[in-house]
Design a protein around this ligand. Structure first.
Ligand code: ZN
Length: 337
């Protein structure tokens, strides 16, 4: 680099010494009247000139060079920076740390949003969607399930009718959410029952056969009515579209409606409801059974039998870990004589 003119301050006095400086062999050489010294570049720091002000070269022992040669100082600044590779590493490292921290925060926000935000949003949307849309979703999911998992019930019509009538009678006496009860055979699902959006409740022939008492079937239906009451399957479907539920919340429009209907059966069968949803449905069933004067243990009985016959059953009655916890509230005697 070229030589540049500067004023030298020795760090002791305020006296100005005019000098000339230049970089040679990795050192800054300074020369003036009875002044001659050199410092390695990694021991000096350049404060680049700002505007019209003179730039300052900081030397060891509080010594300084002041110069108005902006071009020379800029070049010196470049040379000293490359003489401090560890500074760059430090800078990069601290930026990387910030970047990683920002990434972690972003991931956390998305996680919290999906884990807690989406379910809350889905619940809100589920309660504002028009009933007609919910019914349509239920119908489409049912016909899809019928084409894959379900076949017409082989139960005698009188048996189906008898169970439906008992349910109607109880619902008239104590109120139930709007629902439609269907009996279907299913080799794939075995003894099972499930609720679809719009109040469609399906009970399999195998479940009716597994029951040793009609009240056991009614207890399972009561649990499914709990899912209907709280719109769990609609919420599950809405949750599956993740952040898309935000769009539904804003526009009230389900763009990918048929995707929603198509995805629901496998959602129900594979991931199932959350534990909280099951707990809500169980709570509903317990209150419902008590109001109907059906011993709550009917539910415990059929759930236990189901666990014994098909321990790894898929789907809606398959209990998550903690079956014993789930069943215990039903073991206490109900309020009825
Ligand atoms: Zn359930």
């Amino acid at each position: 680099m070229s030589r540049f003119a500067a004023d030298y301050f020795d760090g002791q006095t305020s006296r100005t010494h005019p000098v000339r400086a230049a970089v040679e062999a990795g050192q800054l050489h300074v020369q003036g009247e009875s002044i001659e010294f050199a410092f390695p570049l990694d021991r000096i720091h350049v404060a680049p000139p700002a505007g019209q002000a003179r730039g300052v070269v900081h030397l060891p022992d509080a010594r300084e060079l002041h110069s108005a040669d902006h071009a020379a100082l800029l070049e010196l600044s470049r040379l000293t920076s490359s003489a401090h590779p560890e500074r760059w590493a430090h800078l990069l490292e601290s930026r990387l740390r910030y970047a990683l921290a920002a990434l972690v925060v972003a991931v956390l926000i998305v996680f919290v949003g999906l884990r807690w935000g989406v379910p809350v949003l889905a619940e809100g949307v589920a309660h504002t969607l028009p009933a007609s849309l919910e019914n349509r979703l239920g119908k489409e999911s049912l016909s899809l399930m019928e084409s894959i998992y379900l076949s017409p019930s082989a139960l005698p019509a009188a048996r189906q009718h008898g169970l439906a009538q008992q349910l109607d009678r109880l619902c008239k006496a104590q109120g139930c959410p709007a629902h439609r009860l269907y009996f279907r055979a299913s080799r794939a699902l075995g003894a099972n029952a499930f609720a679809l959006p719009g109040g469609t409740v399906v009970v399999t022939d195998q479940l009716v056969k597994l029951a040793q008492h009609d009240q056991e079937v009614l207890a399972v239906i009561a649990h499914e009515l709990g899912h209907v009451e709280r719109r769990h399957s609609l919420r599950l479907a809405l949750q599956s579209i993740g952040a898309g539920v935000l769009l539904v919340a804003i526009t009230g429009d389900i763009g990918s409606f048929s995707d929603l209907a198509a995805g629901l059966p496998s959602l129900l069968l594979q991931s199932g409801y959350s534990r909280d949803m099951e707990r809500e449905a169980d709570g509903y069933a317990l209150r419902w059974l008590n109001a109907a004067c059906i011993p709550p243990r009917r539910f415990a009985d059929i759930l236990n039998r189901l666990n014994k016959t098909t321990p790894d059953a898929v789907g809606l009655l398959s209990s998550h870990p903690g079956t014993a916890d789930r069943i215990s509230p039903f073991l206490a005697p109900g309020p009825c004589p």
